[in-house]
Design a protein around this ligand. Structure first.
Ligand SMILES: [Zn+2]
Ligand SMILES: [Zn+2]
Length: 498
């Protein structure tokens, strides 16, 4: 099967291990290449397949030879294929070059990957993934995809190293760096062309396009991000109008994603901006697959199931999630007791949402069986804490801003300071900002699925059936009628008053 786009992904731990092995000679000032086999699992979105490199298969004595270049014995290849097959994983082949940045391939490289490695590795059922490590620690990668008896070279768009930071090497042929434009000059003058070029080429998903998500998307579009995906199934309601960017009285009833997409096209500063409005819940397959096509996800969702879905994606698929949540507590006399919000990075090397106490597994089960919306349960929750749905525009604006800052730190932070914050927490009443670094609890089952990709099937994904399409067509028609009627009433009112 051929995909539109390919990526390769390494956790920071695997990247460290691989670069320690491949660059060991260069670090000792020897001009010596090295090589290593590794295993990968697929992470398959709607358009893109990513190879998640999850384990090295280092050479044993006599299995590889070093002579300036490096070569391997057939026995090493056969052993690596056997291990990959037993693990139901794909085979990856890594070697290093002496120059920095994205690397091309020599004729010798092509012969090794296409003619020597690909035919026996076909037994794994997956394409061979070739990776080259530059002397500066940047990766380049390609898939060798079979079509009939031919094997075809498919270059990746980028290689992502995911940990506390997100280090990306882009394939400039597929994703050219942005050109300096007047609309972005002040942004570029702030953090420089290198950071802008890393940020602009990210594919970013915003899950939950409510008050917080909308402001996040607005900031991303202004910052010159080229490709956004918006995931939300809700429509604008009258009670959203005090907080929802872009929304006016006339917009009540339309989908939040469509309203945002329309307005983001006006705000966007990238030369070719694309925004995908995915009008689905994240637990529905089309939205889930759209999320798997992204490099970074923002999640501004308050229900347990969407939190569980993005939490799964962050670890199993190694896509960093920046989560933002607002907590509001009212006193019994109706006045504001406390307001606090947090923005946190979720993903490899950071604490997961469940271990952070943002939801529990029993909440997810209750949402699944409908009891979370049971009126008696909702009443009980509200008397206990007032957290659901209460919020005001400046709270949302503040948490959205913290979330964006977290993303900038994630992508560019390494250049500025050694550590980045895992969680920012702001309390409005004592006016206090704190940062926190914490790991998952011991034996966290979410962490256990790190880089397992499609192999760790998420159990709660819903396949939308025909009925949904039919219903959405009907609801679109009803919506159109209501809007027409509202226009007529407005027109009649204006006429009556003039
Ligand atoms: Zn080479
Ligand atoms: Zn955890």
């Amino acid at each position: 099967m051929r995909y539109d786009r390919y990526d390769a992904v390494l956790t920071h731990a695997v990247h460290r291990q691989a670069s320690d092995m491949l660059l060991q000679h260069i670090r000792r000032d020897q001009r010596q290449e090295d090589l290593c086999f590794a295993l990968w699992r697929p992470s398959t979105g709607g358009e893109r397949q990513s190879a998640l490199i999850f384990r090295l298969v280092p050479p044993q004595d006599g299995e590889r030879h070093l002579h300036g270049n490096a070569s391997f014995e057939a026995a090493y290849l056969a052993r690596a294929v056997r291990i990959a097959h037993a693990e139901q994983a794909g085979l990856a082949f890594m070697h290093n070059h002496f120059s920095p940045g994205w690397q091309g391939m020599s004729d010798v490289d092509i012969v090794a990957e296409r003619d020597r490695i690909s035919p026996p590795a076909r037994a794994t059922g997956f394409p061979v993934v070739g990776l080259t490590l530059g002397v500066d620690g940047s990766w380049s990668a390609r898939f060798w995809v079979w079509s009939g008896r031919q094997v075809e070279l498919c270059w990746c768009d980028k290689v992502r190293v995911v940990g506390r930071g997100l280090q990306i090497t882009y394939n400039d042929d597929h994703l050219p760096p942005p050109v300096r434009r007047p609309a972005l000059s002040r942004t570029i003058d702030t953090w420089g062309e290198a950071v802008q070029s890393d940020i602009a080429r990210l594919r970013v998903g915003v899950v939950g396009v409510g008050s917080v998500g909308c402001m996040v998307a607005e900031a991303l579009a202004r910052m010159g991000i080229r490709h956004l995906a918006l995931v939300d199934a809700d429509r604008v309601e009258p009670h959203n109008l005090d907080r929802l960017l872009y929304a006016g009285v006339d917009d009540v009833g339309i989908y939040k994603t469509e309203l945002a997409a329309r307005n983001l096209k006006r705000s966007a500063t990238a030369e070719a901006f694309r925004v995908d409005a995915v009008t689905r819940r994240i637990e529905e397959r089309p939205a889930y697959l759209a999320a798997l096509d992204c490099d970074v996800l923002f999640a501004a969702v308050d229900r347990p199931l969407p939190k569980d879905v993005v939490n799964h994606i962050a670890y199993a698929h190694c896509i960093p999630v920046i989560f933002g949540g607002v907590f509001v507590d009212r006193k019994s006399n109706g006045r504001l007791g406390q307001a606090a919000w947090s923005a946190m990075l979720v993903g490899p090397d950071a604490r997961c949402l469940r271990c952070d106490g943002q939801y529990t597994t029993s909440d997810v089960v209750m949402e699944r069986d409908g009891s979370l919306d049971d009126p008696s349960y909702v009443r009980r929750q509200r008397s206990g804490d007032g957290r659901r749905n209460q919020n005001v525009f400046p709270f949302s604006a503040n948490v959205a801003s913290y979330m964006i800052l977290e993303m900038i730190r994630l992508v560019a932070g390494e250049a500025w300071w050694p550590t980045v914050a895992g969680k920012l927490h702001y309390s409005f009443i004592p006016n206090r900002l704190s940062t926190e670094h914490a790991a998952c609890k011991e034996h966290c089952s979410v962490q256990a699925k790190l880089a397992a990709g499609d192999h760790a099937k998420y159990p709660f994904i819903i396949d939308p059936v025909q009925r949904t399409d039919h219903r959405s067509r009907l609801s679109r028609w009803v919506n159109w009628c209501v809007n027409r009627l509202r226009h007529c009433v407005n027109w009649w009112r204006k006429r009556a008053t003039s």
